[in-house]
Design a protein around this ligand. Sequence first.
Ligand code: SF4
Length: 229
Amino acid sequence: MPRPAPADAREFSRRLRAWFRRNARELPWRDTRDAYRILVSELMLQQTQVSRVLDFYARFLERFPDLAAVAAARKSQVLAAWRGLGYYARARNLHKLARRVVREEPHVYGGALPATPAELRQLPGVGAYTAGAVTNFAYEKRAALVDTNVARVLRRCFAPHLRPKRARDVTRLWAIAEAVLPRTGRAAWAHNQALMELGALVCTARVARCSRCPVRSICTSADLESGLR
Ligand code: SF4
Protein backbone atom coordinates (compact mmCIF):
# COMPACT_ATOMS: atom_id res chain seq x y z
CA MET A 1 0.00 0.00 0.00
CA PRO A 2 1.52 3.34 -1.01
CA ARG A 3 2.72 5.59 1.80
CA PRO A 4 2.88 9.38 1.51
CA ALA A 5 6.05 10.45 -0.31
CA PRO A 6 8.65 11.70 2.21
CA ALA A 7 8.46 15.24 0.82
CA ASP A 8 4.66 15.25 1.19
CA ALA A 9 4.91 13.81 4.68
CA ARG A 10 7.33 16.56 5.74
CA GLU A 11 5.24 19.30 4.18
CA PHE A 12 2.05 17.91 5.70
CA SER A 13 3.55 17.96 9.19
CA ARG A 14 5.19 21.35 8.76
CA ARG A 15 1.93 22.98 7.65
CA LEU A 16 -0.04 21.25 10.35
CA ARG A 17 2.26 22.41 13.15
CA ALA A 18 2.37 25.99 11.84
CA TRP A 19 -1.43 26.04 11.82
CA PHE A 20 -1.56 24.58 15.32
CA ARG A 21 0.70 27.31 16.71
CA ARG A 22 -1.86 29.87 15.56
CA ASN A 23 -5.10 28.00 16.21
CA ALA A 24 -4.67 25.65 19.17
CA ARG A 25 -7.29 25.82 21.88
CA GLU A 26 -6.00 26.27 25.38
CA LEU A 27 -6.64 22.99 27.13
CA PRO A 28 -5.28 22.09 30.58
CA TRP A 29 -3.85 18.73 29.48
CA ARG A 30 -1.69 20.52 26.94
CA ASP A 31 0.02 22.48 29.71
CA THR A 32 1.27 19.46 31.59
CA ARG A 33 3.72 16.63 30.99
CA ASP A 34 2.50 14.71 34.03
CA ALA A 35 1.78 11.21 32.73
CA TYR A 36 -1.04 10.59 35.23
CA ARG A 37 -2.82 13.82 34.28
CA ILE A 38 -2.41 13.04 30.59
CA LEU A 39 -3.80 9.55 31.15
CA VAL A 40 -6.85 10.88 33.02
CA SER A 41 -7.54 13.38 30.23
CA GLU A 42 -7.22 10.70 27.56
CA LEU A 43 -9.54 8.33 29.39
CA MET A 44 -12.13 11.06 29.90
CA LEU A 45 -11.90 12.24 26.29
CA GLN A 46 -12.41 8.74 24.90
CA GLN A 47 -16.19 8.95 24.99
CA THR A 48 -16.90 12.51 26.07
CA GLN A 49 -16.71 15.93 24.45
CA VAL A 50 -13.97 18.36 25.41
CA SER A 51 -16.36 20.99 26.79
CA ARG A 52 -17.87 18.47 29.17
CA VAL A 53 -14.55 16.95 30.20
CA LEU A 54 -13.03 20.31 31.23
CA ASP A 55 -15.14 20.62 34.33
CA PHE A 56 -14.88 17.00 35.42
CA TYR A 57 -11.14 16.94 34.80
CA ALA A 58 -10.37 19.76 37.22
CA ARG A 59 -12.61 18.32 39.93
CA PHE A 60 -11.30 14.79 39.54
CA LEU A 61 -7.68 15.96 39.82
CA GLU A 62 -8.46 17.96 42.90
CA ARG A 63 -9.85 14.83 44.52
CA PHE A 64 -7.18 12.50 43.07
CA PRO A 65 -4.04 14.53 42.34
CA ASP A 66 -1.86 11.53 41.47
CA LEU A 67 -1.81 7.82 40.80
CA ALA A 68 -1.02 7.05 44.44
CA ALA A 69 -4.23 8.81 45.53
CA VAL A 70 -6.27 6.66 43.13
CA ALA A 71 -4.52 3.50 44.35
CA ALA A 72 -5.20 4.41 47.99
CA ALA A 73 -8.92 4.97 47.34
CA ARG A 74 -11.66 2.38 47.21
CA LYS A 75 -13.08 1.65 43.78
CA SER A 76 -16.44 3.10 44.89
CA GLN A 77 -14.74 6.43 45.69
CA VAL A 78 -13.18 6.64 42.24
CA LEU A 79 -16.50 5.76 40.64
CA ALA A 80 -18.23 8.43 42.73
CA ALA A 81 -15.78 11.07 41.46
CA TRP A 82 -16.45 9.88 37.91
CA ARG A 83 -20.22 10.18 38.37
CA GLY A 84 -21.86 12.11 35.52
CA LEU A 85 -19.22 11.26 32.92
CA GLY A 86 -20.63 7.84 32.10
CA TYR A 87 -18.79 4.84 30.63
CA TYR A 88 -17.67 3.76 34.09
CA ALA A 89 -15.41 1.03 32.78
CA ARG A 90 -12.88 3.82 32.29
CA ALA A 91 -12.91 4.65 36.01
CA ARG A 92 -12.79 0.99 37.03
CA ASN A 93 -9.80 0.46 34.74
CA LEU A 94 -8.05 3.53 36.11
CA HIS A 95 -8.45 2.20 39.63
CA LYS A 96 -7.19 -1.24 38.61
CA LEU A 97 -4.24 0.33 36.79
CA ALA A 98 -3.30 2.52 39.77
CA ARG A 99 -3.44 -0.44 42.14
CA ARG A 100 -1.20 -2.47 39.86
CA VAL A 101 1.40 0.26 39.26
CA VAL A 102 1.54 1.58 42.81
CA ARG A 103 0.70 -1.35 45.08
CA GLU A 104 0.90 -4.70 43.36
CA GLU A 105 3.92 -4.29 41.10
CA PRO A 106 5.98 -1.36 42.39
CA HIS A 107 9.10 -3.41 41.61
CA VAL A 108 8.08 -3.33 37.92
CA TYR A 109 6.82 0.23 37.61
CA GLY A 110 8.45 2.11 40.45
CA GLY A 111 5.05 3.63 41.20
CA ALA A 112 4.93 5.59 37.92
CA LEU A 113 3.45 5.08 34.49
CA PRO A 114 5.87 3.54 32.01
CA ALA A 115 7.07 5.53 29.02
CA THR A 116 6.74 3.15 26.08
CA PRO A 117 3.62 2.08 24.16
CA ALA A 118 4.45 -1.61 24.63
CA GLU A 119 4.65 -1.32 28.43
CA LEU A 120 1.64 0.95 28.70
CA ARG A 121 -0.47 -1.49 26.71
CA GLN A 122 0.05 -4.11 29.41
CA LEU A 123 -2.03 -1.96 31.76
CA PRO A 124 -5.81 -2.22 32.22
CA GLY A 125 -7.86 -0.08 29.85
CA VAL A 126 -4.87 1.17 27.84
CA GLY A 127 -5.24 0.54 24.11
CA ALA A 128 -2.97 1.46 21.22
CA TYR A 129 -4.19 5.05 20.99
CA THR A 130 -3.92 5.80 24.73
CA ALA A 131 -0.48 4.20 24.91
CA GLY A 132 0.73 6.41 22.06
CA ALA A 133 -0.85 9.48 23.63
CA VAL A 134 0.78 8.98 27.05
CA THR A 135 4.17 8.18 25.50
CA ASN A 136 4.13 11.21 23.28
CA PHE A 137 2.13 13.81 25.23
CA ALA A 138 3.65 13.09 28.64
CA TYR A 139 7.17 11.90 27.89
CA GLU A 140 7.59 13.66 24.52
CA LYS A 141 8.88 10.45 23.00
CA ARG A 142 8.24 9.83 19.35
CA ALA A 143 5.06 7.75 19.04
CA ALA A 144 2.28 7.65 16.47
CA LEU A 145 -1.34 7.68 17.56
CA VAL A 146 -4.61 7.20 15.73
CA ASP A 147 -7.99 8.04 17.20
CA THR A 148 -11.21 8.75 15.31
CA ASN A 149 -10.23 12.32 14.43
CA VAL A 150 -6.73 11.39 13.32
CA ALA A 151 -8.01 8.44 11.28
CA ARG A 152 -10.46 10.70 9.46
CA VAL A 153 -7.85 13.32 8.56
CA LEU A 154 -5.25 10.78 7.41
CA ARG A 155 -7.78 8.83 5.41
CA ARG A 156 -9.18 11.88 3.63
CA CYS A 157 -5.70 13.25 2.97
CA PHE A 158 -3.82 10.19 1.86
CA ALA A 159 -6.09 7.17 1.41
CA PRO A 160 -9.78 7.98 0.91
CA HIS A 161 -10.47 4.42 -0.22
CA LEU A 162 -9.69 2.98 3.23
CA ARG A 163 -12.53 1.97 5.53
CA PRO A 164 -11.79 2.88 9.13
CA LYS A 165 -13.87 0.02 10.49
CA ARG A 166 -11.94 -2.67 8.63
CA ALA A 167 -9.08 -4.07 10.74
CA ARG A 168 -6.69 -4.27 7.79
CA ASP A 169 -7.36 -0.63 6.93
CA VAL A 170 -6.85 0.45 10.54
CA THR A 171 -3.38 -1.08 10.33
CA ARG A 172 -2.77 0.91 7.16
CA LEU A 173 -3.86 4.13 8.83
CA TRP A 174 -1.38 3.49 11.65
CA ALA A 175 1.32 2.99 9.01
CA ILE A 176 0.41 6.34 7.45
CA ALA A 177 0.45 7.98 10.90
CA GLU A 178 3.95 6.61 11.39
CA ALA A 179 5.08 7.74 7.93
CA VAL A 180 4.03 11.37 8.46
CA LEU A 181 5.34 11.63 12.04
CA PRO A 182 8.34 13.96 12.44
CA ARG A 183 11.59 12.57 13.75
CA THR A 184 11.94 14.14 17.16
CA GLY A 185 9.66 13.50 20.08
CA ARG A 186 9.08 17.18 20.61
CA ALA A 187 8.01 17.83 17.01
CA ALA A 188 5.88 14.67 17.21
CA TRP A 189 4.10 16.17 20.25
CA ALA A 190 3.03 19.25 18.28
CA HIS A 191 2.25 17.16 15.20
CA ASN A 192 -0.04 14.75 17.06
CA GLN A 193 -1.79 17.53 18.93
CA ALA A 194 -2.25 19.39 15.66
CA LEU A 195 -3.66 16.37 13.84
CA MET A 196 -6.23 15.85 16.57
CA GLU A 197 -7.08 19.54 16.62
CA LEU A 198 -7.54 19.64 12.85
CA GLY A 199 -9.91 16.67 13.08
CA ALA A 200 -11.86 18.38 15.85
CA LEU A 201 -12.09 21.87 14.32
CA VAL A 202 -11.60 21.76 10.55
CA CYS A 203 -11.86 18.26 9.09
CA THR A 204 -14.76 17.07 11.19
CA ALA A 205 -17.05 14.08 10.75
CA ARG A 206 -19.90 16.37 9.77
CA VAL A 207 -18.08 18.84 7.56
CA ALA A 208 -14.69 19.33 5.94
CA ARG A 209 -13.76 23.01 5.93
CA CYS A 210 -11.27 22.59 3.10
CA SER A 211 -11.09 26.28 2.24
CA ARG A 212 -9.61 26.92 5.73
CA CYS A 213 -7.45 23.83 5.90
CA PRO A 214 -3.67 24.14 6.17
CA VAL A 215 -2.99 20.83 4.36
CA ARG A 216 -5.36 21.45 1.51
CA SER A 217 -2.60 21.52 -1.13
CA ILE A 218 -1.55 17.99 -0.13
CA CYS A 219 -4.96 16.46 0.57
CA THR A 220 -6.46 13.96 -1.87
CA SER A 221 -10.00 14.87 -0.82
CA ALA A 222 -9.62 18.65 -0.83
CA ASP A 223 -12.44 20.57 -2.44
CA LEU A 224 -14.84 17.71 -2.09
CA GLU A 225 -16.45 19.46 0.85
CA SER A 226 -19.84 18.05 0.07
CA GLY A 227 -20.23 14.34 -0.22
CA LEU A 228 -17.28 13.49 2.06
CA ARG A 229 -17.48 10.25 3.96
S1 SF4 B 1 -8.46 19.61 2.73
FE1 SF4 B 1 -10.55 19.17 3.43
S2 SF4 B 1 -10.73 16.92 3.42
FE2 SF4 B 1 -8.53 17.45 3.33
S3 SF4 B 1 -7.84 17.39 5.44
FE3 SF4 B 1 -8.37 19.51 4.97
S4 SF4 B 1 -10.53 19.72 5.59
FE4 SF4 B 1 -10.07 17.52 5.48
